[in-house]
Design a protein around this ligand. Sequence first.
Ligand code: DOR
Length: 432
Amino acid sequence: MQRILIKNGQVVDPANERDGIYDVLLEQGQVAAISENISVDGAEIIDAEGCIVAPGFVDLHCHLREPGQEYKEDVASGTRAAIRGGFTSLVAMPNTEPAIDSEAAVRSMAEIISEKAAARVYPAGAITRGQKGRDLTEMGGMMQAGAVAFTDDGLPVTSSRVMQLALQYSDMLGVPISVHEEDPDLAGDGVVNRGRISTLLGLPAIPTAAESAMVARDLELCREFGGHLHIAHVSTRNSIDLIRKAKDEGLKVTCEVTPHHLTLTEDLVRESNYDTNTKVNPPLRTSTDVEALVNALSEGIVDVIATDHAPHSFDDKDKEYIFADFGISGLETAFSLLHDQLVLKGDITMNRLIAALTVVPATIFDLPGGTLSQGEPADLVILRPQDEWAVNPDDFVSGGKNTPLAGWSLTGRVDTVLVAGRIMMRDGELQC
Ligand code: DOR
């Protein structure tokens, strides 16, 4: 296999506490060397002067919709969207049709992935059969088939007893249980955060307690029964307070936030004239919540950023607000949005942003990659932090054009992406 030498980039590799100008040599799909002024014969040179060179991003939460909802997205389009966003590894959610809830379903997903995926995809299995919240799936067999985590994402596990058992299996098998925290009785038919905006707009509301009450329950279960509790798409200050306390106590709890919950507020629902692309579950919250999430990310109480990429078709969103599907197509804007809104404003450092997108997610779900250590897979991104671009959903390669960021101008762009030493995007142009 070809040798690639990336010259003069600012290498940001939080796993190795490296941040400086270096050359990176890739050989046989692996990181072969990082040091100043490498020169070798016969290597393809990529000039990265003025750019950041980092490990490929690892997304613990995305929806690829295959099998069953290919009119929204499929593994090919979703992984090409991932590459455009700098993501080289993804954990695919099991809320497909049918759900990934058996060993056979994981195996068939693994086949689809090996045929079609442009990035590495790790399937998550459902916690309960059909994601119906009643009978546990056979986690051990599903892990042998390749499932890396279990989740009923999109839906909560309402039964405390089922959740207890899931955590006990998590403890036994050493696998994370990722939870969508939503009390369905409290959330009801709500579509936006409960507060000023829901009152002004007269839209049915989802209280913050719909999330934090379930977070509290699951932390209690984790304290008593063990297991690795991973809390998906945290959106409220109250949830953060509970997670902080549980971490102080030493519980095995990790959590993620999405780029949209870190940067957007419920006000956007009103400002955008009810743009259904602002409709997401959990809903966009208040500036107080956003501030708490950003601070918690900065401190490490929030472990990782995960996109919750939720692509939908035009028709799924072209409805009255209350009827539209929940979700934001996020892979292609994640890095730029976070860089523009958080790093450039000084709220988090570039190093923390990259850690939360690379080594931390890889470590907590025990996945390969996330670092540029010698011998690691040559999964890597080259970023142009100064480049400004305008978001145009028509240019998305994802089947889901559903972004509330249409027309936004963002500073910071993903330029080049390699997976296992293969150039998948170069100078902003997909090669896959
Ligand atoms: O907005 C969301 N969309 N939140 C979820 O939890 C599920 C997701 C989806 O599958 O569309």
